[in-house]
Design a protein around this ligand. Structure first.
Ligand SMILES: *[C@@H]1O[C@H](CO)[C@@H](O)[C@H](O)[C@H]1NC(C)=O
Ligand SMILES: *[C@@H]1O[C@H](CO)[C@@H](O)[C@H](O)[C@H]1NC(C)=O
Ligand SMILES: *[C@@H]1O[C@H](CO)[C@@H](O)[C@H](O)[C@H]1NC(C)=O
Ligand SMILES: [Zn+2]
Length: 502
């Protein structure tokens, strides 16, 4: 979903809205613990050519999810054969098992040498949305032009699928044996809810009693050039994801002739109800979610007096939260949003209809639940004649920890600092739309979303848009990131340290 990426814009807009200049302060680096990254992440020219070509081949398979019911199943099956052909080492290593779930999705179990370490999971998806019209190069060509590989899926999300398998293969041929076990989930229907892929894999792992130390999925990026005056890019790791409700509201009244109308009609009653919903925004939840932590982390990056304002949110919270409401993208970060999307009633010009129906789409803030939002809706509407039908609903992802001892978060942070030494700002954020990781809430309290790729405003609009592309160098860096991340994950726990001390 394109809204998945709005988190990126949202954070940018927030900063843009409130502040104009940013200083260049230093964040203390994490001290390398003993035992990290033993195998250097350096690849031969031949390996680099092979990894590029493997990605190009993956882009050429049109694994399109057309609609909730329709996918290109020929392409999905072909994709499975393709990864077996390109990564035989991964499929033929004694300590790696693979299973095909829901016909096309893949679950890999990589057995580590130390069973006392809790496993983790890497996730990605290989279905793509339809390419649309107007591309500079054919969307399934995987053509290289000016140092970029073009095609649907180069950012969302075959880059991650291929980089995970590629990094694992490169580790295996260097005789790497992991200490910590991990799973790899490659979904085939993420763009259409993941119910046949990720959801079934989650059920399978729950039935096996698996619990995970943490999960890493797509969504966050390294944001570059989104904020004027902030020359430095920064990394955003999503620690939560909004929930949603599609609610159908209905009013039934006695039908009649328009020549002698009753005082109130189904249309009038329902219109008033949805109008009340639109005019009464859900409560501003600023301070209840990761956004506050994000601002506190960023405080030191800003000059006086912004650093003081952000560093003292206990005092300035009301001011900041009001500022944020004024921008519609920021507004989506601070509250559950209400969007009226459908309204149907009436059949004939002179007939008062019996029934009126409207559908409202809510995106739930991480600090609220489906149940709480439904209660609020009924209180706002306050009319017993309105009936409610929940078409579908899911809670936001719980907020994953981002403190010093949060293993998944700190491993991402450490790997960012090693692979992207130029980045000295790493902040937690919210993913505004949905990924496959929401199916795994029962398996882990630490669900993180991060794509180790630079995202500029123009590449942002290519996701689900046209001319989606990734630079060859960015893709190599993504492989390097995962290559180091898997090794970093072999440590027992984050060393007790004082990373925030200045
Ligand atoms: C489905 O994918 C196959 C290749 O696997 C391709 O030949 C075919 O054109 C695709 N169908 C559609 C409708 O895109
Ligand atoms: C996997 O490895 C075994 C033993 O090394 C070998 O006999 C077999 O042919 C390999 N299979 C594939 C598909 O590479
Ligand atoms: C989580 O576990 C509960 C209780 O077993 C179950 O009802 C629910 O469906 C599970 N949720 C997911 C997303 O698997
Ligand atoms: Zn997508």
């Amino acid at each position: 979903m394109v809204w998945k990426y709005v988190c990126v814009l949202a954070l940018a807009a927030m900063l843009l809205l409130a502040f104009s200049t940013v200083s260049r302060s230093k964040v203390p680096r994490i001290k390398e613990p003993p035992g990290a990254s033993q195998i250097p992440s350096q690849f031969t020219e031949e390996e680099r050519v092979a990894m590029k070509e493997a990605l190009q081949g993956a882009i050429q398979i049109p694994t399109v999810s057309f609609s909730a019911e329709e996918s290109n199943t020929t392409a999905l099956a072909e994709f499975g054969e393709y990864i077996q052909k390109v990564f035989p080492t991964v499929f033929n290593t004694s300590f790696i098992q693979h299973e095909v779930v829901g016909e096309y999705s893949y679950l890999f179990t990589v057995q580590g040498s130390d069973p006392t370490l809790q496993p983790y999971m890497l996730m990605a998806h290989f279905d793509v949305v339809p390419p649309g019209e107007g591309w500079e190069v054919p969307p399934f060509s995987g053509l290289e032009r000016d140092g970029f590989i073009y095609g649907r899926g180069t950012l969302d999300n075959k880059n991650s699928v291929m980089a995970i398998l590629q990094a694992l293969k490169l580790l295996l041929i260097r005789n790497y044996i992991p200490r910590r076990s991990f799973f790899i989930v490659l979904g085939h229907d993420e763009e259409i809810t993941g119910k046949n892929g990720a959801q079934k894999i989650s059920a399978l792992l729950q039935a096996r009693g698996v619990q995970l130390a943490f999960i890493v999925d797509e969504c966050g990026f390294i944001l570059d050039g989104f904020i004027p005056n902030l020359e430095k890019p920064f990394a955003q790791i999503s620690v939560s994801e909004k929930g949603g409700i599609n609610l159908m509201m209905e009013v039934n009244m006695t039908p009649g002739h328009s020549s002698a109308p009753p005082e109130e009609t189904s249309i009038g009653i329902l219109a008033a109800a949805v109008s009340r919903l639109e005019q009464t925004p859900m409560p501003n939840m600023f301070g209840e979610g990761p956004l506050k932590i994000t601002l506190e982390h960023l405080a030191n990056e800003f000059p006086f007096p912004i650093n003081i304002v952000l560093g003292n949110l206990w005092l300035f919270q009301p001011l900041i939260s009001r500022l944020m409401e004024r921008n519609y993208i920021m507004n989506a970060l601070v509250r559950t949003t209400t969007a009226l999307t459908m309204f149907n009633a009436g059949v004939k010009v002179n007939v008062i209809p019996q029934q009126a129906q409207a559908t409202v789409n809510f995106r739930i803030h991480p600090a609220q639940t489906v149940q709480e939002v439904l209660e609020l809706i009924k209180n706002i509407v306050a009319d017993d004649r309105v009936q409610y039908h929940v078409l579908n609903a899911f809670d936001p992802l719980p907020i994953s920890p981002s403190d010093d001892q949060a293993l998944g978060y700190q491993l991402l942070r450490r790997t960012i600092q090693s692979v992207f030494p130029e980045i000295n700002i790493v902040v937690p954020g919210i993913c505004i739309a949905n990924t496959d990781s929401r199916h795994f809430v029962n398996l882990s309290a630490g669900i993180y979303q991060f794509n180790p790729v630079y995202l500029q405003p123009q590449s942002f609009s290519s996701i689900h848009g046209i001319n989606e592309k990734i630079s060859v160098q960015a893709y190599e860096t993504q492989v390097k990131f995962i290559f180091e991340f898997i090794q970093n994950a072999d440590i027992d726990r984050m060393p007790v340290s004082h990373w925030h001390e200045l």
